[in-house]
Ligand binder design. Structure first.
Ligand code: ADP
Ligand code: ASP
Ligand code: MG
Length: 449
């Protein structure tokens, strides 16, 4: 059971979590928590400030964060646990001071700073459960999630994580106790703290669920499952009861923030269903993601979008009738460890989308050896997903007719044929999603004229 930031944002939210865990006790849950809402942003901003030579000011910026945890503890914990928790906050402050002081010379330090948000939350929830009759123990997630050393976006070492997670959690579960861990964080084999990238607590939960052979991975958040679109953009969006692993992967990858893109991978590997549930409305059915899906013929399931995308194009007549060109092109992206999302090619040009712009200057320099590179920034990817789209004529026509006045570049009809993905200007993305949602979900389907 993974609880996201808004699900643990204050004492009242944590109370709801305690009740949900208590209700699920018979299934032997393991609890994974995020930092309280918005805390990771503040911790990372403090690490940045410390890096600009102001560790003292950076620590002062964190006092309101520490106060949020202390305050929630005062409301939730019995006196003895409360006193112990305040000591935990005091030692977190001391660790933060030391970690902030070394940010400028240690690239690993920001992860140690960021990790405190999840660590304090796990300690809080573990301390609060016993008073509700739930035996629980905090387990340091850094003992379980083993990763490589890419700080800020570390990759888990799966076999090591599996072994360490089982060793740390199985004996505890066998005694009927509920392990409580922080998501998002891990450690290298040498024990140096790492993080899995923003939104990574979902991934922690699925890694742990996979290691333990869980019967289900539950992602508890602030909406009732995966919806037909982000409800903040399309208020009429509604819950999708069932998604296939493939549909959920495409949606998560192309911007449905409700699921971290990598969450589905361990679940697929072990065939474990993933449920997305609402901690404010625990009785709602939410969404079930599993191998099989409900193929609703002639319809799409959801629309996702992702801003902050750039399109890189290379034009070269050397491609004409030549082989090896695409390999050389992709090698440039590989060399700079930059992920490419969408690709479109013609005889004389290739366009690709990337969302990491930090490596673009170096990439453009290298691409100049292959042809004429150009870059368009400030774009958004829109992705329309549904197994039922496979072989249903007319959906692409409906989509592009709906947004006929919005300029579209780079269209990809996914190889899996369960998605149509394309690029628009960032400033028009939300409007495009709203209009597509209205056309695809809020009106009776009529043929496009
Ligand atoms: P948590 O802190 O629980 O991990 P997130 O903020 O990461 O929660 O993800 C939940 C949010 O994802 C929702 O509040 C919603 O605005 C956004 N979201 C984007 N696309 C979708 C979608 N298709 N369905 C549901 N929520 C979505
Ligand atoms: N707290 C982390 C973040 O804000 C991880 C998570 O919430 O999933 O990115
Ligand atoms: Mg999240």
């Amino acid at each position: 059971m993974k609880f996201g930031g808004t699900s643990v944002e204050d004492a009242a939210a944590v109370e709801r979590v305690l009740a949900i865990v208590q209700a699920g006790l018979a299934r032997h849950p393991v609890v994974v928590v995020s930092a309280m809402a918005r805390v990771t942003d503040v911790l990372l901003a403090a690490a940045a400030r410390a890096g600009q030579d102001d560790p003292i000011g950076a620590l002062a910026d964190l006092e309101p964060v520490l106060a949020r945890y202390s305050d929630a503890a005062r409301r939730l914990l019995p006196p003895a646990e409360g006193t112990r928790y305040q000591a935990t906050v005091t030692s977190a402050r001391a660790e933060l001071a030391a970690d902030l002081a070394r940010v400028a010379r240690d690239p690993a330090a920001p992860d140690a700073v960021a990790a405190q948000g999840e660590r304090l939350c796990a300690a809080l929830v573990a301390a609060a459960l016993p008073a509700r009759g739930v035996p629980a123990r905090e387990i340091d997630a850094r003992r379980c999630i083993r990763t490589d050393t890419r700080h800020g976006k570390a990759e888990p070492l799966i076999p090591e994580t599996d072994v360490a997670t089982r060793a740390a959690l199985e004996p505890l579960i066998a005694t009927g106790s509920v392990p409580v861990l922080g998501g998002y964080i891990g450690a290298t084999p040498e024990g140096v703290t790492t993080t899995l990238g923003r939104g990574g607590s979902d991934y922690s939960a699925s890694l742990i669920g996979a290691a333990l052979g869980a019967s289900e991975i539950q992602i508890w958040t602030d909406v009732s499952g995966v919806l037909t679109a982000d409800p903040k953009v399309a208020p009429a969006a509604r819950t999708i009861p069932k998604l296939s692993f493939a549909e959920a992967s495409e949606l998560a990858y192309f911007g449905a923030r409700v699921l971290h893109p990598k969450t589905i991978l361990p679940a697929i590997r072990h065939g474990i269903p993933v449920r997305i549930l609402n901690s404010r409305a625990p009785e709602d059915e939410g969404t079930r993601v599993a191998a099989e899906s409900e193929v609703v013929p002639h319809t799409v399931k959801a629309i996702a979008f992702k801003s902050g995308v750039s399109i890189v194009s290379v034009t070269s007549t050397r491609m004409l009738g030549a082989y090896g060109f695409l390999r050389a092109l992709f090698e440039v992206f590989e060399r700079h460890r930059t992920v490419v999302d969408l690709v479109a090619t013609s005889e004389v040009s290739v366009s690709l989308s990337v969302d990491d712009t930090s490596t673009l200057p170096a990439i453009l320099r290298d691409l100049a050896a292959l042809g004429e590179p150009t870059v368009e920034t400030g774009r958004a990817i829109i992705c329309v997903v549904g197994e039922g789209m496979r072989g249903t004529p007319g959906i692409a026509a409906r989509i592009f007719a709906t947004i006929r006045d919005i300029n579209v570049s780079l269209i990809s009809l996914g190889a899996s044929r369960i998605n149509i993905t394309f690029v628009v200007e960032e400033s028009r993305a939300a409007e495009a999603v709203r209009r597509l949602h209205a056309a695809l979900f809020e009106m009776a389907l009529e043929p496009v004229s």
